[in-house]
Write a protein that binds this ligand. Structure first.
Ligand code: PEP
Length: 250
């Protein structure tokens, strides 16, 4: 059975609640009835209640961009999986390269966050991907293997059920440079191979692996045509309702 694709928006630190309301007012009519794929929007934390309320009854799921691995506690400024669930989130992005780069998040932190998300019943979107120097040094496969092995460490196939992975080459994020569909497919095969080692072949065959990195309405179709590419994680181009709708309708 073909894997259902996922088109996910990562708004990063853009939009306030009223801009979130405006986005959904314009976006929802553009994609109404479009149930071919799954659609997820991940706004900043403060926009979550507005996004959830405004998208209610539509085919758009709402996710967060991060979470803390503990259920609660003295962790000033953090948000737990239980809190996200309670507010109505269904998805959460884990280990985005901007979190790795600016907030020192390691592969091991990604692993505990992944465990917390799965335990709570959220659908995690785990990001992996190499930086330019690693690609140029021929290290892409090694980096992806390491990131996946550590992210998946000590998680059973039964628990991993809802896992989604996003392959996001860091050199393609927000740069306008996109991996070719073939190059992305090669990386996805490495990720799928690691998923097979960690969770078994059947799990790996069903795992959705998204591509992220300067996805735009102009390149979405050719990326989505690849058998190995099960959707997209979209940053910049997801902020505009028309542009994200065009990507959803690739
Ligand atoms: C991202 O933030 O995950 C991303 C892929 O950004 P962009 O689409 O802007 O490259």
């Amino acid at each position: 059975m073909p894997r259902k694709k996922v088109l996910a928006a990562n708004w990063k630190m853009y939009k306030n609640p009223s801009q979130t309301r405006d986005f959904f007012r314009d976006f929802l009519p553009l994609i109404s009835g479009n149930d071919r794929d799954e659609i997820v929007v991940c706004p900043p934390y403060v926009d979550l209640p507005t996004a959830i309320e405004t998208a209610k009854g539509s085919n758009v799921a709402i996710g967060a961009q991060n979470l803390h691995w503990e259920k609660e506690g003295a962790f000033t400024g953090e948000i737990s999986a239980a809190m996200l669930l309670d507010v109505g989130c269904t998805h959460v992005i884990i280990g985005h390269s901007e979190r790795r780069q600016h907030f020192g998040e390691s592969d091991d932190v990604g692993n505990v966050k992944l465990k917390a998300a799965l335990e709570a019943g959220l659908t995690p979107i785990v990001c992996v991907g190499e930086v330019l120097e690693e690609r140029e040094a021929g290290l892409t496969e090694d980096v992806l293997r390491r990131q996946c092995t550590r992210a998946f460490y000590s998680i059973s196939a039964r628990k991993a059920g809802k896992l989604i992975v996003a392959y996001e080459p860091v050199w393609a994020i927000g740069t306008g440079k996109t991996a070719t569909p073939q190059l992305a497919s090669q990386a996805h095969l490495v990720v799928r191979g690691e998923a097979a080692k960690a969770f078994g072949k059947e799990f790996a065959d069903n795992l959705r692996i998204l591509y992220g990195g300067s996805v735009k309405p102009e390149n979405a179709k050719s990326l989505m045509a690849e058998e190995e590419i099960d959707g997209a994680l979209v940053g910049g181009a997801s902020l505009d309702p028309k542009s994200f709708a065009a990507i959803v309708k690739y």
